[in-house]
Design a protein around this ligand. Structure first.
Ligand SMILES: Cc1ncc(COP(=O)(O)O)c(C=O)c1O
Length: 445
């Protein structure tokens, strides 16, 4: 069968029925992109309740890196479910959390011993990173980035700064957090050009924070995304993290990398920070690690994870079924060389998008690493006025034609398919995206 296959323009009658019932009973805080109502999924294809089949360029929001319902992952989940479902790892022991940690120790960057804390989500992994940094350093300050997304719990949302809606009416936030500009080179906050700027965005932290109002000896940690995700799929420039780490090391400040979206092979390496040649002190992992089952991991240098019993824990953290899934995910990624495919297909996407840029004035910038690709739309390439409405319009048209993708930042379309995606499905998706961009341009001419 060739994909996508649209049998009724979505949302079809069954999808409308579910959405109507959802409206009446589910929290309106969920910000749905479009009325896609899933009934089943396999590999890179999702099927909705009306029988439409879509190419999944979302990977269930960067979670299904090994593809939907990978047979080895499903088998591992079933086998563990037959043994036992839960036994509060924070109070007792079972083996597969230790197994998983020993495996993760070999892939988390850093040539040193590591220790692992387990929670249930990306936000919880970041909560653990914040608390661990404060505990270990006995310092209060946390530095995060404008445009960042680290989750919605009170600690994580205090760092999050990618959309006002995420923070509106929730103040006061956790004290001690300062935000600094992210190295968003397409829209440099300092109007400079990289690398001629000499990474002024790092100097800024020194000159304007440390020398004026944030004593560096009060700062526990800098929390960063190597590729800003929700903020717009923005990879930091090549030398950024080396410069940053130099500054942080001078002051004994920890570096925590939020790899919740960029990790588990998405960028063609296990973790995006590996593209920068820097070993962070802490790495936070969630989303794709357990292929859709809840699992959040805070990994750190072993010497940092020195907090004492009772200081931090979570009943469900390290759930045995999630850990079984995670072990199978790592194994499947290695056996099926998924990181290599992510790099190969990512390079192909980038090449095609650069060609498309010549035909579509709406495309202002294309950027990314591996299969974490952003296409920023602008109304005018000179002024770079964001084309937010147009990006939504392109997304909706792609949905109706059978390509599920979403936006991020203000006007960026993101591509984050499963890492197993084939060249055929990539090309078909880009062909449909190409057509939708053309339609939106024609309508706005
Ligand atoms: C970089 C990053 N950190 C943290 C989170 C929060 O993860 P969760 O929704 O599992 O709490 C997300 C979710 O999108 C994310 O992209």
């Amino acid at each position: 069968m060739s994909y996508p296959k649209i049998v009724v323009v979505p949302p079809g009658p069954k999808a409308k029925g579910v959405v109507g019932r959802d409206d009446a009973i589910i929290s309106p805080s969920f910000g749905r992109a479009y009325p896609l109502v899933i009934s089943s999924a396999e590999g890179c294809i999702i099927t909705d309740v009306d029988g439409n089949k879509y190419i999944d360029m979302n990977a269930g929001l960067a979670c299904m890196n090994v593809g939907h319902n990978h047979p080895k992952v499903v088998a591992a989940i079933k086998a563990q479910a037959d043994r036992f479902l839960h036994y509060s790892y924070t109070d007792f022991y079972y083996e597969n959390v230790v197994d998983l940690s020993e495996t993760l120790e070999t892939i988390v960057p850093g040539d040193f011993k590591k220790k692992f804390f387990y929670g249930n989500s990306g936000a919880e992994a970041n909560e653990a990173a914040i608390k661990l940094s404060r505990w270990h350093t006995r310092r209060q300050g946390v530095i995060a980035y404008i445009g960042s997304f680290h989750g919605r719990t009170m600690g994580a949302v205090s760092l999050t700064a990618s959309k006002p809606a995420q923070r509106r009416y929730f103040a006061p936030f956790v004290p001690g957090v300062e935000h600094v500009p992210y190295p968003y080179c397409y829209r440099c906050p300092f109007n400079l050009e990289c690398p001629d700027c000499g990474y002024y965005c790092v100097d800024y932290i020194n000159e304007y924070l440390f020398r004026k109002y944030v004593p560096p000896e009060d700062v526990a940690v800098v929390v960063a995304e190597a590729v800003q995700g929700e903020g717009g799929y923005i990879p930091a420039p090549k030398g950024y993290f080396k410069e940053l780490k130099k500054l942080l090391d001078q002051h004994g400040i920890l570096l925590s990398l939020d790899e919740v979206q960029s990790g588990m092979g998405r960028t063609g390496k296990w973790f995006a920070i590996e593209h920068y040649g820097v070993a962070p002190d802490i790495v936070c992992i969630a989303k794709a690690i357990a292929s859709g089952l809840p699992l959040g991991v805070c990994a750190s240098r072993a010497d940092i994870m020195d907090w004492t019993p009772g200081s931090h824990a979570s009943t469900f953290g390290g759930n045995p079924v999630s850990c079984a899934a995670a072990k199978a995910v790592v194994q499947a990624m290695k056996e099926e060389r998924m990181l290599e495919n992510a790099e190969r297909q990512g390079n192909h996407i980038m090449k095609r998008l650069k060609e498309m840029m010549e035909e579509h004035p709406l495309i202002g910038d294309v950027r990314g690493l591996g299969l974490m690709v952003g296409i920023e739309l602008v109304r005018d390439r000179e002024t770079k006025e964001p084309a937010a409405k147009e990006a939504e319009d392109v997304m909706m048209r792609c949905f109706r034609k059978g390509v599920a993708l979403v936006t991020c930042g203000v006007s960026t379309i993101r591509l984050m398919p499963p890492l197993i995606i084939s060249r055929d499905l990539v090309d078909r998706s880009l062909e449909i995206l190409d057509g939708c961009l053309g339609e939106v341009e024609a309508e706005n001419r």
